[in-house]
Design a protein around this ligand. Structure first.
Ligand SMILES: *Cc1c(COP(=O)(O)O)cnc(C)c1O
Length: 230
């Protein structure tokens, strides 16, 4: 199957899940998680109408930007972002989805102010409280959103989460529900319901994420095929 065929199939599954949940399929964005796939593969996804491409590693993103991999689609940063690499991402990524600490928030504010721009971000929620994963603990996310509101060059657009990989289906959906509840609360109390993006769901669980309210899914393997780690 080609990348275009895979995207069509993912879109069909997304639409089915949306309709089951009584939602409009058009309100859910498909982000291609393109890590370890080359510029040609990215361009194929763009030509097939992907809504955005998401990269995980700064070095790979910079290289592929120089190859015009993302021309024609917004670029998102979805991986762990080290503070010393913020300068390479701010202003390049239309959306930084993986903002999971107040220190990173402050660093993004500084870099965006220096460039005279406003950086769109999502706050990442470490919903499973995993020690090895970045992100705000669920109970700290409201305060993080409040802190972001005090930063004039950062604009929060929503929340992102990656539940623990070993969760069974019911537990996984409970994690999604939990982040959706947080999103609805923060959206109503702090953003006059102006947030748009609840980013959750990957190749194995995007339909469930949509059933639980996701407005953005990040899909890699189901679009680009298995990644080959060296
Ligand atoms: C790789 C990645 C995905 C996509 O994972 P697949 O299981 O290949 O769909 C989604 N989100 C993030 C943050 C990723 O790093």
């Amino acid at each position: 199957m080609s990348i275009a065929e895979n995207i069509a199939q993912v879109r069909a599954h997304m639409a089915e899940a949306a309709r089951e949940a009584g939602r409009d399929p058009k309100e859910i964005l498909l982000v291609g998680a393109s890590k370890m796939n080359d510029a040609a593969a990215c361009r194929e996804a763009v030509a097939a109408g992907i809504d955005a491409l998401g990269e995980n590693r700064v070095q790979e993103m910079v290289q592929k930007l120089s190859e015009h991999a993302y021309d024609g689609a917004p670029l998102h940063f979805i991986g762990h972002l080290q503070r010393n690499k913020v300068n390479k991402v701010v202003g390049q990524a239309a959306l930084i989805q993986s903002v999971g600490s107040v220190e990173l928030l402050a660093e993004i504010e500084k870099a965006a102010a220096a460039r005279g721009l406003t950086q769109d971000i999502l706050l990442e929620v470490n919903v499973g409280r995993e020690a090895a994963k970045s992100g705000f603990a669920p109970e700290d996310t409201f305060a993080a959103a409040e802190a972001a509101l005090g930063k004039p060059h950062v604009r929060v657009r929503g929340l992102m989460t990656i539940p623990p990989a070993d969760a069974d289906r019911d537990t996984n959906m409970r994690y999604f529900e939990k982040v959706r509840t947080l999103y609805v609360d923060i959206n109503a109390k702090l953003f006059h319901n102006g947030l748009e993006y609840l980013s959750m769901g990957m190749s194995g669980d995007y339909a469930d994420a949509i059933r639980c309210g996701a407005t953005m899914v990040r899909v890699g393997t189901a679009i680009f095929g298995a990644r080959h780690y060296l």
